[in-house]
Structure formats: structure tokens, C-alpha cells
Design a protein around this ligand. Structure first.
Ligand SMILES: [Zn+2]
Ligand SMILES: [Zn+2]
Length: 256
């Protein structure tokens, strides 16, 4: 039994797969998925999938790459998070790779998301790229340890993982951990405690080996678990059951 803790199955390439996407998940034992919100404008589509599928949960938030559209404050996010299938706030965070020039609005947006997560008692889904120091600093300043959450699609150093885990956060690995040149990520996946680990596809992006470069989908998340099992010298079952338990512990509003 596997859970894809972060995917974007509301994106058109994956919507186009229709029921086949869910049949393929079932066939390989991927029992649940979390569809992460990236904007308020896309939220109705995300909610529609979560409402139609008992095994799909979702989150509400605005991705740090999004420059257009509604920029909700903590009160608005908290209100949207009352929906019973919304189990987290995000994805949120900082992405200085795409927005080197104007990070202040990203920081303010991230703060609003952390406040919303604290206020509604739901965990945060954090995206960070080329911004690890500021991401951890804002999490500390805003008391993100009170809501907890996950550093999704983790690509940072051991020190960043340790800093996040100190705040009670989980670390989620995507298909990147299967890539040959991902030595640093493989190292974190090998060393970190298993009771803080999640796995994800971040589909439709970042398909794991052997599907690298193709359209990614939740049915591929077992390949992430397989690589982590190989690195740690344990069975895939052990990684599957630990990451599934961790998912339902962290996203307490989700149920099996
Ligand atoms: Zn992300
Ligand atoms: Zn994402």
C-alpha cells in the first residue's frame, strides 16, 4: 500500500487520463493521493476531484511561482480550508529560482499561509527552491512548529532537512531521488529517520526512472519507494508501510 503525498491530478494532462489514472493506481497498490492546490482559481477543479474520489485528499494554497490571480490572506485561506477534503495548507513557500527579483511578496504570502495553518490546525505543504535559509527562517519566525507539515519534493542538504525536522516537519521525496546525479538527495533519504519520511510524485512533473521525461502520474510513486528501499537496504514493504503511516499521522484530517 502506497500513498502519493503530493500530486497535481487536476492538471489537464492528467485529467485527460480519466478513470485510467485511478485504475492504474489501484493496480500497483497506490491507495490514496493528495492533490496539492497551487492557486485559488484552480481550487474548484481540485475540490471537484477530491469530492468525487474518497481516496483523494487536497490542500488549499497559492504556489510561490504564481504571480497572477488572487493572493489570499490567512483569514481567507483558513475559511477555504474548512472543506472536509482539505487536509493541509499549501503548497506554499519560497521559490527564488523563478523570482530572484521580487521575493518580498513571496515572503509575505508564505507568512500568511503559515498563520492560516496555525489557525486552522492543519499542516503546511512547503515548496522551497534556491531559498532554503529564508524558508527555514520564516518557518521559525512564524512558529510553524505549531502546525507542522512537510518539505515537499525535497532537494536540499542534510542541514536543511535537519532544520525542518527540528520544527517537527516531514521530508517528502519525489522521483528526483531515482535520478543518477541526485547524490545529495539520496544521502538525505538514506540517513533520515523513517518515521519522518513521505513519498510523492509531484506529477505531472518529474517522472521517476524508468519513466524519466515522460508524463508522471500517481501510479509511479512505488518507484520512489523502491529506490529509497534500495538505498537503505530494507524491503519496499517497509518503506511503503512507514510512509503510509506517516501520511495519515501528519494529515490527520485524512482517513483510510
Ligand atoms: Zn512544489
Ligand atoms: Zn507541487
Amino acid at each position: 500500500m502506497f500513498v502519493d503525498s503530493h500530486c497535481h491530478i487536476d492538471f489537464s494532462d492528467l485529467v485527460d487520463l480519466g478513470d485510467k489514472l485511478f485504475a492504474d493506481m489501484r493496480e500497483v497498490g497506490v491507495t490514496h493521493a493528495l492533490c496539492a492546490g497551487v492557486s485559488i482559481e484552480r481550487l474548484p477543479g481540485v475540490l471537484a476531484i477530491a469530492e468525487a474520489r474518497p481516496n483523494v485528499f487536497c490542500s488549499v494554497g497559492v504556489h510561490p511561482e504564481h504571480t497572477d490571480g488572487e493572493d489570499p490572506d490567512a483569514v481567507r485561506l483558513q475559511a477555504l480550508a474548512q472543506h472536509p477534503k482539505v487536509v493541509a495548507i499549501g503548497e506554499t513557500g519560497l521559490d527564488y529560482y523563478w523570482h530572484k527579483d521580487q521575493p518580498e511578496w513571496q515572503r509575505e504570502r508564505f507568512r500568511q499561509h503559515i498563520r492560516a495553518a496555525r489557525a486552522c490546525g492543519k499542516p503546511l505543504i512547503v515548496h522551497t527552491r534556491d531559498a532554503a535559509d529564508d524558508t527555514l527562517r520564516l518557518m521559525r519566525e512564524e512558529g510553524a512548529d505549531a502546525c507542522g507539515g512537510v518539505m515537499h519534493c525535497f532537494t536540499e542538504s542534510w542541514d536543511v532537512a535537519a532544520g525542518a525536522m527540528e520544527l517537527g516537519f516531514y521530508i517528502s521525496f519525489s522521483g528526483i531521488v531515482t535520478f543518477k546525479n541526485a547524490a545529495q538527495i539520496k544521502d538525505v533519504a538514506t540517513r533520515m529517520p523513517l518515521d519522518r519520511m513521505l513519498i510523492e510524485t509531484d506529477s505531472p512533473y518529474l517522472a521517476p526512472v524508468p519513466y524519466r521525461g515522460k508524463l508522471n502520474q500517481p501510479a509511479y510513486v512505488p518507484h520512489v519507494a523502491q529506490e529509497i528501499a534500495r538505498l537503505r537496504g530494507v524491503s519496499v514493504d517497509e518503506i511503503a508501510s512507514a510512509t503510509t503511516d506517516n501520511f495519515f499521522r501528519l494529515f490527520a484530517a485524512a482517513s483510510r
